[in-house]
Design a protein around this ligand. Structure first.
Ligand SMILES: [Zn+2]
Ligand SMILES: [Zn+2]
Length: 329
């Protein structure tokens, strides 16, 4: 039974790659089928028949690059270099051993259960790519997100221009105003134009809305990851920092409430003295507020340009990486 579940899971994992290809291929097919007959048009030249295909080609290439590039496997041969390249911060990363790989776990790495290996500067395991996003392929992953955002934006604008071109070519505004006697203003024409578009070009409108939504999602996703790169943090580390900050906060609160309890006990013993005024008690800071503020202290953040350069040119691909072994041993 468990075997079949495992097999089914493996199949789903393999299918994930096909899902991306099906989506991009299907979208391209429907755009080509519904729009290419209007290209070249009033606003778009014939070259857009080819730039779209080129855009999809580059997109697939980036997909393959991200999904087949080694994310940064840590093994017995390179572990000492990785340990030296990524020192422990002793906050969220401490000296530990991977119980599966039986090798030390360099800081910022994580063992991926799906890939069955330790990955350096582990970001996350990407289901779409069926690969980890780590030290060596974060750059391709970011390029993939940015490229697909731009591609979807391009598609949205291009279909918009195809429809605008149809309006112009078929002289829709002229017909509406002259033959139907509709007032020549934006507000009186807009509902009729929209109705005409929805009636005659619903496939194109649907594709446009789909691409606009996807491009917005991709913009958000790219923005999130670009910001992580700017601060030299991984998705995995954001969770670790959240856990650490929550843990510290609870610890501080517990300490503060213990101190408050202590002071109230000592207060009770000296109750015979002057009672504290209500106003004074009101303005007195609660011991909880005095709790130390927990801040994220990311030792891997070395400034924006350095951080971005580290993503573009990963440490393990540098010449200095292979020389690290002698230093650490
Ligand atoms: Zn491992
Ligand atoms: Zn993985």
């Amino acid at each position: 039974m468990l075997y079949w579940v495992f097999e089914a899971l493996q199949l789903v994992i393999q299918l994930s790659k096909i899902i991306y290809l099906a989506i991009i291929g299907g979208t391209y097919y429907f755009i080509a089928k519904s729009c290419f007959s209007y290209i070249p048009g009033y606003y778009l030249s014939g070259i857009h028949r080819y730039t779209g295909l080129l855009g999809v080609g580059v997109g697939i290439l980036l997909f393959l690059l991200t999904s087949f590039t080694d994310a940064g496997t840590v093994n017995a041969e390179n572990v000492s270099q990785y340990l030296s390249a990524y020192p422990y911060d002793n906050i969220i990363f401490t000296d530990k051993e991977c119980s599966t790989c039986k090798i030390p776990k360099p800081a910022r790495s994580k063992h991926c259960g799906i890939c069955g290996r330790c990955v350096a500067r582990f970001d996350h395991h990407c289901g779409w790519m069926n690969n980890c996003i780590g030290e060596r392929n974060t750059r391709y992953f970011l390029a993939f997100l940015l490229w697909h955002f731009l591609l979807c934006l391009y598609g949205t604008i291009a279909i918009g221009l195809v429809l605008a071109g149809r309006l112009k070519e078929l002289r829709v505004v002229y017909i509406l105003t002259v033959y139907y006697g509709i007032e020549n203003s934006f507000y009186s024409l807009a509902p009729h134009v929209v109705q005409w578009l929805l009636g005659s070009y619903n496939t194109q409108i649907l594709l446009m809305v789909f691409l606009a939504i996807v491009s917005l999602l991709l913009a958000g996703f790219f923005g999130y990851h670009a910001n992580l790169c700017r601060t030299n943090t991984t998705t995995n580390e954001t969770f670790k920092w959240q856990d650490y900050i929550n843990w510290r906060r609870k610890l501080n609160e517990a300490r503060a409430s213990a101190a408050a309890l202590k002071s109230s006990i000592s207060g009770m013993s000296s109750e015979s003295k002057l009672p504290e005024s209500k106003w004074k008690a009101f303005f007195r800071r609660s011991p909880l507020e005095d709790a130390e503020v927990v801040v994220k202290n990311n030792v891997y953040d070395k400034g924006m340009f350095h951080n971005i350069w580290e993503v573009i040119y990963p440490l393990s691909t540098r010449r200095s990486f292979s020389q690290r072994k002698s230093k650490s041993t």
